[in-house]
Design a protein around this ligand. Structure first.
Ligand SMILES: Nc1nc2c(ncn2[C@@H]2O[C@H](COP(=O)(O)OP(=O)(O)OP(=O)(O)O)[C@@H](O)[C@H]2O)c(=O)[nH]1
Ligand SMILES: [Mg+2]
Length: 223
């Protein structure tokens, strides 16, 4: 079948977050529906297709240990943990490649939550968008099953997402496939919205611009 509604779409997704927050667990859960417990230092781009609202979407998901995201160039782990400025080529390359981002923290790890703010800033600084509102980003609080060790409240995650105009989910990659699937569905919707917003003229400004272009052309034609 052909047609706009059935056309296959493709999007690049980068999964970011500090050490051991469950980036690989989340990715593997999405890809295989399974939680295998230990993931080692996986660095890979996985391709996976899902159907969202009747349309097939292929996601190329780049998952890597946080230590490798920034330290390849700097070779300096403690600096890279704190300095998330997009100076590292490896890090910047990922940001440029991505159409959408999954930013993961652990609800039991306050430092991992604090890093989300820095990641948001660095994405904003690197991507060529007018504002963060156009960047498809989903913030994920993982390890929800460990609620007895919680140090970050759900409300804090929700507020941060609201302030950055992102979507927010709390999930347990260990215990639940469905909520992980929702994360990627949410991101696909965001990518689609941002793509269609990019194609449209910017509301009234766009109309004024095209009308001025027409009148300008008529004026030159009549000279
Ligand atoms: N209880 C619980 N443990 C989890 C969950 N998700 C991941 N883990 C565990 O947390 C540890 C780290 O998970 P990873 O997926 O390897 O974390 P990561 O973010 O990929 O870590 P790096 O690649 O080293 O940056 C592993 O022992 C996982 O089994 C979860 O939802 N609940
Ligand atoms: Mg990993």
């Amino acid at each position: 079948m052909t047609g706009l509604n059935t056309a296959r779409m493709e999007a690049n997704v980068v999964v970011l977050g500090t050490d051991s927050v469950g980036k690989s667990a989340l990715t593997v859960r999405f890809l295989t529906r399974r939680f295998i417990g230990e993931y080692g230092d996986i660095e890979s781009i996985f391709s996976h297709s899902i159907t969202v609202d009747g349309r097939e979407q292929t996601l190329n998901i780049w998952d890597s240990p946080f230590s490798q995201v920034i330290t390849h160039e700097t070779g300096c782990w403690h600096v890279s943990q704190q300095d998330l400025s997009p100076e590292s080529t490896t890090y910047e390359k990922r940001l440029q490649w991505a159409d959408g981002f999954v930013l993961v923290y652990s609800i039991c790890d306050r430092a991992s939550f604090n890093t989300i703010g820095k990641l948001l800033q660095s994405i904003k600084a690197t991507k060529d968008y007018a504002g963060l509102q156009n960047v498809p980003i989903v913030i994920v609080g993982n390890k929800r099953d460990l609620h007895h060790r919680r140090t970050v409240l759900s409300e804090e995650g929700r507020l941060l997402a609201l302030s950055a105009d992102c979507q927010f989910y709390e999930v347990s990659a260990a215990e639940n496939y469905h909520s992980v699937l929702m994360v990627f569905h949410g991101l696909v919707n965001r990518v689609r919205e941002s793509r269609s917003a990019g194609k449209k003229p910017a509301g009234i400004k766009g109309i004024v611009k095209s009308m001025s272009a027409v009148f300008a052309r008529r004026r030159t034609d009549s000279l």
